[in-house]
Design a binder for this molecule. Sequence first.
Ligand code: HPA
Length: 236
Amino acid sequence: MSTPHNSAVKGEIAETVLMPGDPLRAKFIAENYLDSPVCYNELRGMLGYTGTYKGVRVSVQGSGMGIPSIGVYSWELFNHYDVKNIIRTGTAGAIADNVNLRDIVIAMSASTNSAYAAQYELPGTYAPTASWELLSAAVEASKAHGDAYHVGNVFSSDMFYDDADSLAKWQKMNVLAIEMEAASLYMNAARAGKNALAILTVSDCPLRNEYTTAEERQNTFCSMMEIALETAVKIS
Ligand code: HPA
């Protein structure tokens, strides 16, 4: 059986799924890194593929942009397709002074301005947190890869264009970078008893008006994907 947003039938999606925001990046990964990739979803253009990497069965699925979009796709992967591990691979804007263009940020936790946690009716503030198993494997993979990387708190924002200009305040709290998806992914994983991690490359520094070129984004995207794929192998 499929879901309203994913035409895969159970069994077609691997235990570990890499999730770029852009579905065309999912296609790129499938075509350039996976052996024998098979496309299992084209609904809404949110492409998903399953293949193998170094003999390990891996899927790659676009998530779309924002907390609600990754919230839908990751909920269905965890709760309907029996997926155990989701590794988001996306871009982020630097917030901390020592985080530079093209660096990798591994999101240990995800602060947010989203109301996603309200559904759990918790008597306090929930702290969306990555899975230690994935986090430690990704740190090992990053060390081996040799790129500059940081591990810490990110800010998952509902706004790309933010009238309130709040980044300086998050900077004071030692938040490394801004992105728009990790928080709901981490909450869905926690609620389902599964594992999640976001590995991000810094595409821009909004506080310093610095931006990568399309070519740089492609190259740093490949480093991040290689780290995510090696993480998948380590936990297999
Ligand atoms: N803001 C939000 N999300 C992002 C950014 C940003 O500056 N850069 C990459 N993803």
